[in-house]
Design a binder for this molecule. Structure first.
Ligand SMILES: Nc1ncnc2c1ncn2[C@@H]1O[C@H](COP(=O)(O)OP(=O)(O)O)[C@@H](O)[C@H]1O
Ligand SMILES: [Mg+2]
Length: 378
């Protein structure tokens, strides 16, 4: 089954493309793909910043992300002879949230908000906050990229890794989640003082038992009120910027890559992402199928197993190698069936594949290797 080729080098080479977002379910290789693409783009001459989320520790170290300080830092060892550069950063969700609060209120009010237990719960554990803050950070990086230093844009390409959230809904809906939390009905209910404390409590606890359960837990409801009053002034700001970011995401300068592996669940999630992005009118370039297996040998699994049986009595090493080959062939067969099925259901969605490497991808050398596989080089 042949599908259009997802040409990442063409994406990188297009100066009109300024944001690439890698999304997909957990563990499929979003962080690896983002980093590999960022390195490749930088070495092709783009001025790149990559926003990573929860990178594995050794990969973070290779990118110079020893500490979580929420600031892009230059990556050592990148070939800059074509005029490109690479900065990397790791998202600090709480720090980003704190910065937003500080930027949009007076120092006194900001201090009150930051010290509030409700705020602390919200900024560290509300499901959706991380996704929202990633978008917030993307907005900031985008502005910074345009403003630049001494008249030169600091970056011309932002590569964005996304959270390991199970559901695509969170990623796309994060701005809605947060703004519906911070304004609208919820706040009006909490802020209605004329109805008396008991009434307020019961409204509060109804909400606790539903959507807010995770955040509030046993928090005293007055914390919420203090929080709400103190940060009223910045609610508008939150919503307005969520809108701006949404526009940024759907602009022709942005493109989405959906990352998956050749496994049932990952491909099902990928289909879901593809459909959601399409429905939302988000610019999708295609699907990256990561960790696919291949073999240069044509010997079938059955043949390898029967040879292994013949050898069983004598050479155990060869037998072992043959059995491993048979396993690999079976894996390849299964992957092929799944990928063919995916391609037949979504024949228009471009695909690129990355072979599974024998070891984890933790340094620049292997990131380059992943980038070159991604680009379809032999
Ligand atoms: N093509 C590949 N070959 C070998 N290992 C890979 C490959 N892609 C990713 N990995 C490894 O798989 C693990 C998960 O990848 P990661 O990029 O962190 O996934 P995600 O960000 O989607 O959760 C990491 O240990 C990474 O090094
Ligand atoms: Mg990741």
């Amino acid at each position: 089954m042949s599908v259009p080729f997802l040409d990442v080098d063409a994406i990188i080479a297009d100066p009109e493309t300024t944001i690439v977002i890698c999304c997909g379910s957990g563990g499929v290789g979003k962080t690896t793909t983002s980093a590999a693409l960022a390195v490749r783009a930088a070495e092709a001459g783009r001025r790149v910043v990559v926003l990573t989320i929860d990178p594995a520790r050794r990969l973070a170290q290779s990118l110079g992300l020893g500490e979580l300080d929420n600031t892009p830092r230059p990556v050592e060892g990148v070939d800059t002879t074509r005029g490109g550069s690479l900065d990397a950063m790791m998202l600090d969700m709480k720090r980003t949230f704190d910065d937003v609060v500080e930027a949009h209120s007076t120092p006194d009010k900001a201090a009150a908000i930051l010290a509030n237990p409700f705020y602390q719960a919200l900024s560290t554990s509300f499901s959706g906050t991380q996704e929202y803050m990633a978008m917030e950070k993307l907005g900031q990086l985008h502005e910074e990229a345009l403003t630049g230093v001494e008249g030169h844009p600091r970056w011309d390409l932002i590569v964005v890794d996304t959270t390991p959230a199970r559901s695509a809904l969170y990623f796309l809906d994060a701005p809605d989640h947060l703004s519906s939390l911070l304004d609208g009905r919820f706040l009006r209910l909490l802020l209605a003082p004329t109805r008396g404390p008991l009434r307020l409590m019961s409204v509060g606890f109804n909400l606790v038992s539903s959507a807010m359960n995770k955040v509030l837990g046993s928090q005293v409801i007055t914390d919420v009120q203090t929080f709400v009053r103190a940060c009223e002034a910045i609610f508008g700001g939150f919503r307005a910027r969520a809108g701006v970011t949404f526009e940024l995401l759907s602009s022709r300068h942005t493109t989405f890559l959906v990352v998956a592996t050749a496994q049932k669940d990952a491909l099902r999630e990928a289909s879901y992402f593809v459909d959601r992005l399409t429905e939302e009118g988000m610019p999708l370039s295609g699907v990256v199928v990561n960790r696919v297996h291949s073999s240069p040998l044509t010997v079938s699994a059955e043949r390898a197993l029967s040879l292994a049986e013949d050898l069983a009595a004598s050479a155990s090493l060869e037998g072992e190698a043959l059995r491993r080959h048979a396993n690999l062939k079976r894996v390849i067969e299964t992957e092929t069936v799944l990928l063919d099925r995916f391609a037949s259901v979504r024949p228009d969605v471009a695909q690129a594949r990355i072979q599974s490497l024998p070891t984890d991808v933790t340094d620049l050398v292997s990131l380059r290797r992943v980038g070159s596989l991604l680009a379809g080089e032999a």
